[in-house]
Design a protein around this ligand. Structure first.
Ligand code: AMP
Length: 593
Protein backbone atom coordinates (compact mmCIF):
# COMPACT_ATOMS: atom_id res chain seq x y z
CA UNK A 1 0.00 0.00 0.00
CA UNK A 2 1.21 3.54 -0.79
CA UNK A 3 2.03 5.74 2.19
CA UNK A 4 0.27 8.47 0.24
CA UNK A 5 -3.05 6.63 0.73
CA UNK A 6 -2.67 6.75 4.50
CA UNK A 7 -1.60 10.39 4.36
CA UNK A 8 -4.69 11.23 2.37
CA UNK A 9 -6.90 9.77 5.08
CA UNK A 10 -4.97 11.70 7.76
CA UNK A 11 -5.65 14.90 5.86
CA UNK A 12 -9.33 14.13 5.52
CA UNK A 13 -9.61 13.23 9.20
CA UNK A 14 -7.80 16.36 10.30
CA UNK A 15 -10.15 18.55 8.26
CA UNK A 16 -13.29 17.62 10.17
CA UNK A 17 -14.09 17.61 13.83
CA UNK A 18 -17.33 15.69 13.28
CA UNK A 19 -17.06 12.22 14.73
CA UNK A 20 -19.55 10.65 12.30
CA UNK A 21 -17.74 12.06 9.31
CA UNK A 22 -14.44 10.77 10.61
CA UNK A 23 -16.02 7.36 11.12
CA UNK A 24 -17.32 7.32 7.59
CA UNK A 25 -13.99 8.38 6.06
CA UNK A 26 -12.15 5.79 8.05
CA UNK A 27 -14.61 3.01 7.23
CA UNK A 28 -14.07 3.67 3.51
CA UNK A 29 -10.34 3.47 4.07
CA UNK A 30 -10.50 0.25 6.13
CA UNK A 31 -12.18 -1.48 3.19
CA UNK A 32 -9.19 -0.94 0.93
CA UNK A 33 -6.44 -2.17 3.28
CA UNK A 34 -5.11 -5.50 2.01
CA UNK A 35 -5.45 -8.19 4.71
CA UNK A 36 -1.73 -8.95 4.58
CA UNK A 37 -0.93 -5.33 5.44
CA UNK A 38 -3.58 -4.88 8.11
CA UNK A 39 -1.21 -4.95 11.05
CA UNK A 40 1.20 -2.17 10.16
CA UNK A 41 -1.32 0.01 8.30
CA UNK A 42 -3.68 0.04 11.29
CA UNK A 43 -0.85 1.07 13.56
CA UNK A 44 0.23 3.81 11.16
CA UNK A 45 -3.33 5.12 10.90
CA UNK A 46 -3.20 5.71 14.64
CA UNK A 47 0.19 7.37 14.34
CA UNK A 48 1.81 4.40 16.03
CA UNK A 49 4.63 2.04 15.30
CA UNK A 50 4.00 -0.13 18.33
CA UNK A 51 0.74 -1.11 19.99
CA UNK A 52 -0.22 1.02 22.97
CA UNK A 53 0.99 -1.54 25.50
CA UNK A 54 4.38 -2.06 23.89
CA UNK A 55 7.15 -0.43 25.88
CA UNK A 56 9.25 0.42 22.88
CA UNK A 57 9.17 4.00 21.68
CA UNK A 58 10.65 5.71 18.64
CA UNK A 59 12.61 7.89 21.04
CA UNK A 60 13.78 10.66 18.76
CA UNK A 61 14.12 13.99 20.55
CA UNK A 62 12.68 17.15 19.00
CA UNK A 63 16.14 18.68 18.53
CA UNK A 64 17.34 15.61 16.66
CA UNK A 65 14.34 15.85 14.36
CA UNK A 66 15.23 19.50 13.68
CA UNK A 67 18.79 18.44 12.75
CA UNK A 68 17.42 15.68 10.56
CA UNK A 69 15.22 18.16 8.75
CA UNK A 70 18.28 20.35 8.16
CA UNK A 71 20.08 17.36 6.71
CA UNK A 72 17.26 16.26 4.43
CA UNK A 73 16.24 19.71 3.21
CA UNK A 74 19.61 21.45 3.13
CA UNK A 75 18.02 24.38 5.02
CA UNK A 76 19.91 26.23 7.75
CA UNK A 77 18.94 25.50 11.32
CA UNK A 78 17.77 29.10 11.98
CA UNK A 79 15.48 28.97 8.94
CA UNK A 80 13.96 25.79 10.36
CA UNK A 81 13.70 27.31 13.85
CA UNK A 82 11.93 30.35 12.41
CA UNK A 83 9.29 28.25 10.63
CA UNK A 84 8.91 26.07 13.71
CA UNK A 85 8.45 29.08 15.97
CA UNK A 86 5.81 30.47 13.63
CA UNK A 87 3.87 27.24 13.12
CA UNK A 88 4.50 25.60 16.51
CA UNK A 89 4.56 22.28 14.67
CA UNK A 90 7.55 20.45 13.26
CA UNK A 91 5.26 18.49 10.92
CA UNK A 92 4.10 21.72 9.32
CA UNK A 93 7.73 22.85 9.24
CA UNK A 94 8.69 19.67 7.35
CA UNK A 95 5.81 20.32 4.95
CA UNK A 96 7.07 23.80 4.13
CA UNK A 97 10.68 22.69 3.80
CA UNK A 98 9.75 19.80 1.52
CA UNK A 99 7.70 22.18 -0.63
CA UNK A 100 10.79 24.32 -1.16
CA UNK A 101 12.73 21.46 -2.74
CA UNK A 102 9.91 19.96 -4.71
CA UNK A 103 12.15 19.50 -7.77
CA UNK A 104 14.24 16.83 -6.13
CA UNK A 105 11.29 14.76 -4.97
CA UNK A 106 10.00 14.35 -8.50
CA UNK A 107 12.69 11.78 -9.07
CA UNK A 108 12.35 10.04 -5.76
CA UNK A 109 10.91 6.62 -5.22
CA UNK A 110 7.29 6.32 -4.11
CA UNK A 111 7.01 5.55 -0.39
CA UNK A 112 5.14 2.45 0.73
CA UNK A 113 3.57 1.98 4.14
CA UNK A 114 5.85 -1.00 4.65
CA UNK A 115 8.99 1.04 4.01
CA UNK A 116 7.86 3.79 6.40
CA UNK A 117 6.90 1.29 9.05
CA UNK A 118 10.11 -0.73 8.78
CA UNK A 119 12.36 2.30 8.95
CA UNK A 120 10.53 3.74 11.94
CA UNK A 121 10.61 0.42 13.78
CA UNK A 122 14.34 0.25 13.21
CA UNK A 123 14.63 3.62 14.96
CA UNK A 124 13.40 2.05 18.15
CA UNK A 125 15.76 -0.91 18.04
CA UNK A 126 19.02 0.88 17.29
CA UNK A 127 21.49 0.98 20.14
CA UNK A 128 25.13 1.68 20.81
CA UNK A 129 27.77 3.63 18.90
CA UNK A 130 26.75 5.83 16.02
CA UNK A 131 23.09 5.44 16.87
CA UNK A 132 22.30 9.13 16.37
CA UNK A 133 23.64 9.17 12.81
CA UNK A 134 21.96 5.87 12.03
CA UNK A 135 18.62 7.20 13.25
CA UNK A 136 18.99 10.35 11.22
CA UNK A 137 19.81 8.32 8.15
CA UNK A 138 16.68 6.21 8.47
CA UNK A 139 14.50 9.30 8.66
CA UNK A 140 16.40 11.19 5.96
CA UNK A 141 15.91 8.23 3.65
CA UNK A 142 12.15 8.54 4.13
CA UNK A 143 12.05 12.33 3.95
CA UNK A 144 13.94 12.52 0.66
CA UNK A 145 11.33 10.26 -0.95
CA UNK A 146 8.40 12.01 0.68
CA UNK A 147 5.96 14.47 -0.82
CA UNK A 148 5.46 17.58 1.34
CA UNK A 149 2.29 16.11 2.87
CA UNK A 150 3.99 12.80 3.52
CA UNK A 151 6.86 14.67 5.18
CA UNK A 152 4.40 16.44 7.48
CA UNK A 153 2.90 13.20 8.79
CA UNK A 154 6.18 11.33 8.84
CA UNK A 155 7.63 13.91 11.21
CA UNK A 156 4.52 13.91 13.37
CA UNK A 157 4.63 10.11 13.55
CA UNK A 158 8.30 10.20 14.53
CA UNK A 159 7.40 12.67 17.28
CA UNK A 160 4.42 10.51 18.28
CA UNK A 161 2.05 13.43 17.85
CA UNK A 162 -0.18 12.81 14.83
CA UNK A 163 -2.89 15.39 15.54
CA UNK A 164 -5.69 14.07 13.40
CA UNK A 165 -8.15 13.56 16.24
CA UNK A 166 -8.71 9.85 16.01
CA UNK A 167 -9.81 7.95 19.09
CA UNK A 168 -10.41 4.27 19.67
CA UNK A 169 -14.18 4.83 19.67
CA UNK A 170 -14.09 6.15 16.11
CA UNK A 171 -11.93 3.24 14.99
CA UNK A 172 -14.32 0.81 16.63
CA UNK A 173 -17.34 2.29 14.87
CA UNK A 174 -15.48 2.45 11.56
CA UNK A 175 -14.70 -1.28 11.74
CA UNK A 176 -18.40 -2.00 12.17
CA UNK A 177 -19.41 0.38 9.38
CA UNK A 178 -16.85 -1.08 7.01
CA UNK A 179 -17.67 -4.76 7.46
CA UNK A 180 -20.69 -5.43 9.64
CA UNK A 181 -23.47 -3.03 8.78
CA UNK A 182 -24.65 -0.74 6.09
CA UNK A 183 -24.72 2.06 8.60
CA UNK A 184 -27.52 4.34 7.50
CA UNK A 185 -25.17 7.28 7.26
CA UNK A 186 -26.36 10.16 5.18
CA UNK A 187 -23.20 11.41 3.49
CA UNK A 188 -24.73 14.74 2.47
CA UNK A 189 -26.27 15.52 5.86
CA UNK A 190 -23.49 13.84 7.82
CA UNK A 191 -26.05 12.19 10.07
CA UNK A 192 -27.06 8.72 11.12
CA UNK A 193 -30.67 7.97 10.40
CA UNK A 194 -31.70 5.18 12.76
CA UNK A 195 -35.14 4.41 14.13
CA UNK A 196 -35.49 3.15 17.71
CA UNK A 197 -35.27 -0.54 16.86
CA UNK A 198 -32.25 0.02 14.65
CA UNK A 199 -30.62 2.14 17.31
CA UNK A 200 -30.75 -0.69 19.81
CA UNK A 201 -29.32 -3.17 17.33
CA UNK A 202 -26.65 -0.68 16.33
CA UNK A 203 -25.56 -0.19 19.95
CA UNK A 204 -25.28 -3.97 20.40
CA UNK A 205 -23.16 -4.26 17.30
CA UNK A 206 -20.76 -1.56 18.47
CA UNK A 207 -20.69 -3.36 21.82
CA UNK A 208 -19.57 -6.57 20.10
CA UNK A 209 -16.72 -4.80 18.33
CA UNK A 210 -15.66 -3.02 21.52
CA UNK A 211 -15.71 -6.29 23.44
CA UNK A 212 -13.41 -7.90 20.87
CA UNK A 213 -11.07 -4.89 21.16
CA UNK A 214 -11.11 -5.09 24.95
CA UNK A 215 -10.18 -8.76 24.89
CA UNK A 216 -7.39 -8.53 22.34
CA UNK A 217 -6.20 -4.92 22.35
CA UNK A 218 -5.38 -5.62 18.78
CA UNK A 219 -7.23 -3.60 16.17
CA UNK A 220 -5.65 -5.50 13.29
CA UNK A 221 -6.99 -8.82 14.57
CA UNK A 222 -10.41 -7.32 15.18
CA UNK A 223 -10.54 -5.68 11.75
CA UNK A 224 -9.33 -8.81 9.98
CA UNK A 225 -11.84 -10.96 11.87
CA UNK A 226 -14.69 -8.57 11.09
CA UNK A 227 -13.73 -8.55 7.43
CA UNK A 228 -13.29 -12.30 7.05
CA UNK A 229 -15.77 -13.78 9.53
CA UNK A 230 -18.25 -11.02 10.31
CA UNK A 231 -20.00 -10.55 13.63
CA UNK A 232 -20.00 -14.24 14.57
CA UNK A 233 -16.24 -14.23 14.21
CA UNK A 234 -15.96 -11.33 16.64
CA UNK A 235 -18.23 -13.02 19.15
CA UNK A 236 -15.95 -16.05 19.03
CA UNK A 237 -12.81 -14.13 19.86
CA UNK A 238 -11.70 -15.26 23.27
CA UNK A 239 -9.02 -14.69 25.85
CA UNK A 240 -5.54 -15.85 25.27
CA UNK A 241 -2.98 -16.02 28.06
CA UNK A 242 0.02 -13.83 27.12
CA UNK A 243 -2.23 -11.40 25.21
CA UNK A 244 -3.14 -8.61 27.64
CA UNK A 245 -6.76 -7.55 27.93
CA UNK A 246 -7.96 -4.21 29.21
CA UNK A 247 -8.32 -4.15 32.97
CA UNK A 248 -11.64 -3.60 34.68
CA UNK A 249 -12.02 -0.08 36.09
CA UNK A 250 -14.01 1.15 39.06
CA UNK A 251 -16.00 4.38 39.34
CA UNK A 252 -15.92 6.35 42.56
CA UNK A 253 -18.72 6.16 45.09
CA UNK A 254 -19.29 9.07 47.46
CA UNK A 255 -19.81 6.98 50.58
CA UNK A 256 -20.39 3.48 51.84
CA UNK A 257 -24.15 3.97 51.57
CA UNK A 258 -23.69 5.12 47.98
CA UNK A 259 -21.49 2.07 47.29
CA UNK A 260 -24.15 -0.33 48.63
CA UNK A 261 -26.68 1.44 46.46
CA UNK A 262 -24.57 0.81 43.34
CA UNK A 263 -23.37 -2.76 43.88
CA UNK A 264 -26.16 -4.18 46.04
CA UNK A 265 -26.21 -5.94 49.44
CA UNK A 266 -24.32 -7.85 50.66
CA UNK A 267 -21.11 -6.69 48.99
CA UNK A 268 -17.43 -7.60 49.12
CA UNK A 269 -15.26 -4.94 50.74
CA UNK A 270 -11.55 -4.99 49.97
CA UNK A 271 -8.52 -2.94 50.86
CA UNK A 272 -7.70 -0.46 48.13
CA UNK A 273 -3.93 -0.85 48.05
CA UNK A 274 -2.00 2.18 46.82
CA UNK A 275 0.43 0.46 44.51
CA UNK A 276 0.26 -0.56 40.90
CA UNK A 277 -2.01 -2.82 38.99
CA UNK A 278 -0.56 -6.10 37.74
CA UNK A 279 -2.23 -8.29 35.15
CA UNK A 280 -0.37 -11.56 35.43
CA UNK A 281 -0.30 -14.14 32.65
CA UNK A 282 1.15 -17.63 32.62
CA UNK A 283 1.31 -19.94 29.66
CA UNK A 284 3.73 -22.72 28.71
CA UNK A 285 5.80 -22.07 31.80
CA UNK A 286 6.29 -18.38 31.08
CA UNK A 287 5.02 -15.63 33.39
CA UNK A 288 4.38 -12.13 32.04
CA UNK A 289 3.34 -9.07 34.04
CA UNK A 290 1.47 -6.18 32.47
CA UNK A 291 0.64 -2.84 34.07
CA UNK A 292 -2.75 -1.15 33.98
CA UNK A 293 -1.75 0.50 30.70
CA UNK A 294 -0.64 -2.96 29.54
CA UNK A 295 3.07 -2.29 29.48
CA UNK A 296 5.12 -5.42 29.94
CA UNK A 297 7.05 -4.98 33.21
CA UNK A 298 8.06 -8.62 33.72
CA UNK A 299 11.77 -7.79 33.73
CA UNK A 300 11.32 -5.21 36.49
CA UNK A 301 9.71 -7.66 38.96
CA UNK A 302 11.78 -10.88 39.03
CA UNK A 303 10.71 -11.62 42.61
CA UNK A 304 7.02 -11.43 41.68
CA UNK A 305 7.60 -13.76 38.72
CA UNK A 306 9.27 -16.24 41.07
CA UNK A 307 6.40 -16.08 43.57
CA UNK A 308 3.85 -16.61 40.83
CA UNK A 309 5.82 -19.57 39.50
CA UNK A 310 6.18 -21.17 42.93
CA UNK A 311 2.94 -20.35 44.68
CA UNK A 312 0.17 -20.49 42.13
CA UNK A 313 -0.96 -24.01 41.52
CA UNK A 314 -2.01 -23.88 37.89
CA UNK A 315 -0.24 -23.84 34.56
CA UNK A 316 -2.22 -21.42 32.38
CA UNK A 317 -3.98 -18.34 33.75
CA UNK A 318 -4.66 -14.63 33.74
CA UNK A 319 -4.87 -12.99 37.18
CA UNK A 320 -5.48 -9.45 38.32
CA UNK A 321 -3.96 -7.79 41.36
CA UNK A 322 -2.17 -4.88 42.95
CA UNK A 323 1.49 -4.84 43.98
CA UNK A 324 1.93 -2.59 46.97
CA UNK A 325 5.10 -1.37 48.63
CA UNK A 326 5.72 -1.75 52.37
CA UNK A 327 8.20 -0.58 54.93
CA UNK A 328 10.55 -3.49 55.65
CA UNK A 329 10.91 -2.57 59.33
CA UNK A 330 7.41 -1.50 60.32
CA UNK A 331 5.61 -3.73 57.80
CA UNK A 332 3.20 -0.92 57.02
CA UNK A 333 2.10 -0.22 53.49
CA UNK A 334 3.66 2.81 51.81
CA UNK A 335 2.19 5.03 49.12
CA UNK A 336 2.65 4.46 45.42
CA UNK A 337 5.27 7.17 44.91
CA UNK A 338 7.66 5.32 47.22
CA UNK A 339 7.93 2.43 44.81
CA UNK A 340 7.09 4.17 41.54
CA UNK A 341 10.72 4.00 40.36
CA UNK A 342 10.49 0.22 40.12
CA UNK A 343 8.35 0.37 36.98
CA UNK A 344 10.88 2.07 34.71
CA UNK A 345 14.06 0.71 36.28
CA UNK A 346 16.39 -0.94 33.78
CA UNK A 347 19.46 -1.71 35.94
CA UNK A 348 20.27 -3.01 39.46
CA UNK A 349 16.81 -4.50 39.52
CA UNK A 350 17.55 -7.11 42.19
CA UNK A 351 19.03 -4.50 44.54
CA UNK A 352 16.04 -2.24 44.05
CA UNK A 353 13.65 -5.13 44.62
CA UNK A 354 15.36 -5.79 47.96
CA UNK A 355 15.24 -2.12 48.92
CA UNK A 356 11.69 -1.49 47.75
CA UNK A 357 9.87 -4.79 48.13
CA UNK A 358 6.27 -5.27 47.08
CA UNK A 359 3.50 -7.52 48.27
CA UNK A 360 1.28 -8.92 45.53
CA UNK A 361 -2.40 -8.77 46.42
CA UNK A 362 -4.47 -10.79 43.99
CA UNK A 363 -8.11 -9.85 43.68
CA UNK A 364 -9.36 -11.53 40.52
CA UNK A 365 -8.94 -14.48 38.18
CA UNK A 366 -9.86 -13.86 34.57
CA UNK A 367 -9.04 -17.16 32.93
CA UNK A 368 -7.81 -20.52 34.13
CA UNK A 369 -6.48 -23.51 32.18
CA UNK A 370 -7.95 -22.07 28.99
CA UNK A 371 -11.37 -21.43 30.52
CA UNK A 372 -12.70 -17.90 30.22
CA UNK A 373 -14.06 -16.82 33.63
CA UNK A 374 -15.24 -13.33 32.64
CA UNK A 375 -18.91 -14.18 33.08
CA UNK A 376 -18.54 -16.09 36.37
CA UNK A 377 -19.89 -14.15 39.37
CA UNK A 378 -17.17 -12.37 41.34
CA UNK A 379 -17.83 -14.50 44.44
CA UNK A 380 -17.06 -17.64 42.37
CA UNK A 381 -13.93 -16.14 40.89
CA UNK A 382 -12.69 -15.28 44.36
CA UNK A 383 -13.31 -18.87 45.53
CA UNK A 384 -11.32 -20.20 42.59
CA UNK A 385 -8.51 -17.78 43.34
CA UNK A 386 -8.40 -19.02 46.92
CA UNK A 387 -7.84 -22.62 45.79
CA UNK A 388 -4.94 -21.62 43.55
CA UNK A 389 -2.86 -19.70 45.97
CA UNK A 390 -0.25 -20.62 48.55
CA UNK A 391 -0.36 -17.38 50.54
CA UNK A 392 2.29 -15.64 52.60
CA UNK A 393 1.94 -12.10 53.96
CA UNK A 394 4.29 -9.50 52.44
CA UNK A 395 4.89 -11.83 49.53
CA UNK A 396 1.77 -12.98 47.78
CA UNK A 397 -1.79 -13.13 49.07
CA UNK A 398 -5.43 -12.56 48.33
CA UNK A 399 -6.64 -8.99 48.78
CA UNK A 400 -7.95 -8.48 52.31
CA UNK A 401 -11.72 -8.85 52.10
CA UNK A 402 -14.90 -8.93 54.17
CA UNK A 403 -18.42 -9.55 52.98
CA UNK A 404 -21.14 -7.60 54.73
CA UNK A 405 -24.51 -5.93 54.30
CA UNK A 406 -24.01 -3.79 57.33
CA UNK A 407 -23.01 -0.11 57.26
CA UNK A 408 -21.23 -0.18 60.61
CA UNK A 409 -19.07 -3.20 59.71
CA UNK A 410 -18.29 -1.63 56.37
CA UNK A 411 -17.27 1.64 58.03
CA UNK A 412 -15.05 -0.22 60.50
CA UNK A 413 -13.36 -2.04 57.60
CA UNK A 414 -12.84 1.29 55.81
CA UNK A 415 -11.12 2.74 58.88
CA UNK A 416 -9.00 -0.39 59.27
CA UNK A 417 -7.92 -0.12 55.64
CA UNK A 418 -6.90 3.53 55.99
CA UNK A 419 -5.03 2.75 59.21
CA UNK A 420 -3.07 0.00 57.46
CA UNK A 421 -1.77 2.59 54.99
CA UNK A 422 -4.20 2.05 52.15
CA UNK A 423 -5.92 4.60 49.96
CA UNK A 424 -9.47 3.55 50.72
CA UNK A 425 -11.65 0.56 49.93
CA UNK A 426 -13.11 -1.22 46.93
CA UNK A 427 -16.71 -2.34 47.15
CA UNK A 428 -17.60 -5.11 44.73
CA UNK A 429 -20.80 -6.79 43.64
CA UNK A 430 -20.77 -10.50 44.54
CA UNK A 431 -22.54 -11.39 41.32
CA UNK A 432 -20.61 -9.02 39.05
CA UNK A 433 -18.88 -10.19 35.86
CA UNK A 434 -15.35 -9.11 34.96
CA UNK A 435 -15.85 -6.39 32.37
CA UNK A 436 -12.58 -5.47 30.65
CA UNK A 437 -11.90 -1.84 29.95
CA UNK A 438 -15.03 -0.41 31.46
CA UNK A 439 -16.17 1.45 34.55
CA UNK A 440 -19.48 -0.32 34.76
CA UNK A 441 -20.15 -0.30 38.45
CA UNK A 442 -19.59 -4.02 39.19
CA UNK A 443 -17.25 -2.55 41.74
CA UNK A 444 -16.65 0.95 43.05
CA UNK A 445 -13.96 2.68 45.05
CA UNK A 446 -14.42 4.80 48.14
CA UNK A 447 -11.62 7.06 49.26
CA UNK A 448 -11.35 10.30 51.20
CA UNK A 449 -11.28 13.27 48.85
CA UNK A 450 -8.36 15.63 48.89
CA UNK A 451 -8.66 19.25 49.76
CA UNK A 452 -8.13 21.67 46.90
CA UNK A 453 -5.21 24.08 47.02
CA UNK A 454 -5.07 27.78 46.24
CA UNK A 455 -1.87 28.59 44.37
CA UNK A 456 -0.43 31.57 42.51
CA UNK A 457 0.92 31.57 38.97
CA UNK A 458 4.58 32.58 38.82
CA UNK A 459 5.38 31.56 35.25
CA UNK A 460 4.02 29.91 32.13
CA UNK A 461 5.01 28.15 28.94
CA UNK A 462 3.77 28.81 25.42
CA UNK A 463 1.80 25.93 23.95
CA UNK A 464 2.54 23.84 20.89
CA UNK A 465 0.52 23.10 17.79
CA UNK A 466 -2.99 24.42 17.92
CA UNK A 467 -2.19 25.86 21.34
CA UNK A 468 0.79 27.69 19.85
CA UNK A 469 -0.66 31.17 20.27
CA UNK A 470 -1.48 30.70 23.95
CA UNK A 471 0.27 30.33 27.22
CA UNK A 472 -0.84 26.78 27.90
CA UNK A 473 1.04 25.46 30.94
CA UNK A 474 1.24 27.41 34.17
CA UNK A 475 3.92 27.24 36.82
CA UNK A 476 2.24 27.39 40.21
CA UNK A 477 3.49 28.18 43.69
CA UNK A 478 2.54 28.24 47.36
CA UNK A 479 4.03 30.72 49.85
CA UNK A 480 6.36 30.65 52.78
CA UNK A 481 4.82 33.02 55.31
CA UNK A 482 8.11 33.26 57.14
CA UNK A 483 10.15 34.59 54.25
CA UNK A 484 7.40 35.81 51.94
CA UNK A 485 8.96 33.64 49.23
CA UNK A 486 6.84 31.86 46.64
CA UNK A 487 7.78 28.22 46.26
CA UNK A 488 7.01 26.31 43.08
CA UNK A 489 4.93 23.17 43.50
CA UNK A 490 4.20 22.13 39.92
CA UNK A 491 2.76 22.91 36.55
CA UNK A 492 -0.82 22.79 35.47
CA UNK A 493 -2.25 22.77 31.94
CA UNK A 494 -5.37 20.70 32.44
CA UNK A 495 -8.87 21.98 33.05
CA UNK A 496 -8.72 25.08 30.81
CA UNK A 497 -10.83 25.44 27.66
CA UNK A 498 -9.73 25.90 24.08
CA UNK A 499 -12.99 27.31 22.78
CA UNK A 500 -14.96 30.28 24.04
CA UNK A 501 -18.23 28.40 23.84
CA UNK A 502 -16.90 25.75 26.25
CA UNK A 503 -16.09 28.35 28.87
CA UNK A 504 -19.42 28.29 30.66
CA UNK A 505 -20.03 28.01 34.41
CA UNK A 506 -16.76 29.57 35.45
CA UNK A 507 -14.74 27.80 32.74
CA UNK A 508 -11.71 29.75 31.58
CA UNK A 509 -10.09 29.70 28.14
CA UNK A 510 -6.36 29.63 27.41
CA UNK A 511 -7.01 32.89 25.55
CA UNK A 512 -8.24 34.54 28.73
CA UNK A 513 -5.31 33.17 30.71
CA UNK A 514 -2.95 34.51 28.05
CA UNK A 515 -4.62 37.94 28.00
CA UNK A 516 -4.41 38.27 31.76
CA UNK A 517 -0.84 37.04 32.06
CA UNK A 518 0.78 38.71 29.03
CA UNK A 519 1.06 42.16 30.68
CA UNK A 520 2.53 40.51 33.76
CA UNK A 521 5.50 38.93 31.92
CA UNK A 522 8.82 39.91 33.48
CA UNK A 523 11.26 37.68 31.64
CA UNK A 524 11.40 35.19 28.79
CA UNK A 525 13.65 32.20 28.27
CA UNK A 526 12.84 30.09 25.24
CA UNK A 527 9.19 29.19 25.48
CA UNK A 528 9.00 29.86 29.21
CA UNK A 529 8.03 33.20 30.70
CA UNK A 530 8.11 34.33 34.31
CA UNK A 531 5.27 36.55 35.45
CA UNK A 532 4.46 38.81 38.35
CA UNK A 533 2.64 36.66 40.91
CA UNK A 534 -0.88 38.01 40.80
CA UNK A 535 -3.26 35.40 39.46
CA UNK A 536 -4.59 32.86 41.98
CA UNK A 537 -6.02 29.49 40.96
CA UNK A 538 -7.80 26.79 42.84
CA UNK A 539 -6.31 23.43 41.93
CA UNK A 540 -7.37 19.88 42.58
CA UNK A 541 -4.98 16.99 42.44
CA UNK A 542 -4.72 13.29 43.12
CA UNK A 543 -1.98 13.46 45.64
CA UNK A 544 0.95 15.43 47.04
CA UNK A 545 4.35 13.89 46.44
CA UNK A 546 7.75 14.73 47.86
CA UNK A 547 9.80 15.96 44.90
CA UNK A 548 13.18 17.55 44.42
CA UNK A 549 12.00 19.07 41.11
CA UNK A 550 10.29 22.08 42.63
CA UNK A 551 11.38 24.71 45.12
CA UNK A 552 8.73 23.72 47.64
CA UNK A 553 10.10 20.17 47.85
CA UNK A 554 6.69 18.85 46.83
CA UNK A 555 4.81 18.17 43.62
CA UNK A 556 1.14 17.65 42.85
CA UNK A 557 0.15 14.46 41.07
CA UNK A 558 -2.36 15.14 38.26
CA UNK A 559 -3.07 18.79 39.08
CA UNK A 560 -6.19 20.21 37.46
CA UNK A 561 -7.53 23.73 37.31
CA UNK A 562 -10.81 24.14 39.19
CA UNK A 563 -11.42 27.90 39.08
CA UNK A 564 -9.86 31.31 39.18
CA UNK A 565 -9.84 32.87 42.63
CA UNK A 566 -10.13 36.44 41.53
CA UNK A 567 -11.16 37.29 45.07
CA UNK A 568 -7.72 36.33 46.34
CA UNK A 569 -4.23 37.69 46.06
CA UNK A 570 -0.84 35.98 46.30
CA UNK A 571 -0.79 36.57 50.03
CA UNK A 572 -3.93 34.45 50.45
CA UNK A 573 -2.64 31.28 48.79
CA UNK A 574 -1.93 28.15 50.80
CA UNK A 575 1.35 28.01 52.66
CA UNK A 576 4.13 25.48 52.58
CA UNK A 577 3.04 24.43 56.09
CA UNK A 578 -0.44 23.66 54.76
CA UNK A 579 1.15 21.46 52.12
CA UNK A 580 3.35 19.72 54.68
CA UNK A 581 0.29 18.98 56.78
CA UNK A 582 -1.67 17.56 53.88
CA UNK A 583 1.31 15.46 52.91
CA UNK A 584 1.74 14.19 56.47
CA UNK A 585 -1.97 13.35 56.49
CA UNK A 586 -1.45 11.12 53.48
CA UNK A 587 1.67 9.56 54.91
CA UNK A 588 0.40 8.97 58.42
CA UNK A 589 -1.94 6.46 56.90
CA UNK A 590 1.20 4.83 55.51
CA UNK A 591 2.67 4.67 59.01
CA UNK A 592 -0.38 3.02 60.39
CA UNK A 593 -1.34 5.83 62.78
P1 AMP B 1 -8.24 4.41 40.89
O1 AMP B 1 -6.84 4.25 40.40
O2 AMP B 1 -8.39 5.44 41.96
O3 AMP B 1 -9.24 4.52 39.76
O4 AMP B 1 -8.65 3.03 41.62
C1 AMP B 1 -8.67 1.80 40.99
C2 AMP B 1 -7.34 1.10 41.17
O5 AMP B 1 -7.16 0.67 42.51
C3 AMP B 1 -7.23 -0.18 40.39
O6 AMP B 1 -6.88 0.09 39.05
C4 AMP B 1 -6.16 -0.93 41.13
O7 AMP B 1 -4.89 -0.58 40.60
C5 AMP B 1 -6.22 -0.40 42.54
N1 AMP B 1 -6.62 -1.38 43.55
C6 AMP B 1 -6.08 -1.49 44.77
N2 AMP B 1 -6.67 -2.46 45.48
C7 AMP B 1 -7.62 -3.01 44.71
C8 AMP B 1 -8.58 -4.05 44.90
N3 AMP B 1 -8.68 -4.72 46.04
N4 AMP B 1 -9.41 -4.33 43.87
C9 AMP B 1 -9.34 -3.64 42.70
N5 AMP B 1 -8.45 -2.66 42.49
C10 AMP B 1 -7.59 -2.33 43.47
Amino acid sequence: MRYGDVVEVYEQLAKTSKRLEKTYLLSQFLKIIPVAEMEHVLLLVQGRIFPAWDQRVIGMATQLVVKTLALSSGAEQDVIDAIWQKTGDLGETAFQLAGKKRQATLFAQELTTKKVFDNLRKLATLEGMGVVQAKQQLVVELLTSATPLEAKYLVRTVLEDLRVGLGEGTLRDAIAWAFLTDAPYDVAKKELTLDDAQREEYAKLMGDVQYAINLTNDLATVTRTAKEQGRAGLQNITLNAQTPLKVMLYPKAQSIADAFEIVGKPAAFEYKYDGFRMQIHKKEGKVTIFTRSLEDVTAQFPEVVKLVQERIKASTFILDGEAVGFDVKTKKYVAFQNISQRIKRKYDITELAAKLPVELNLFDVISLEGKNLLQEPFSERRKILLTLLDQEPFKIRLAEQVITDNDADAEAFYQRSLAAGNEGIMVKSLSGAYVPGARVGQGVKVKPTMETLDVVIVGAEWGEGKRGQWLATFIIAVRDPDTGELLEIGRVGTGFKEKEEEAVDGGVTFQKMTDVLRPLIVSTEGRVVMVQPKLVLEIKYEEIQASPTYGSGYALRFPRFVRLREDRGPEDVHTIQDVEQLYAGQRSRGKGI
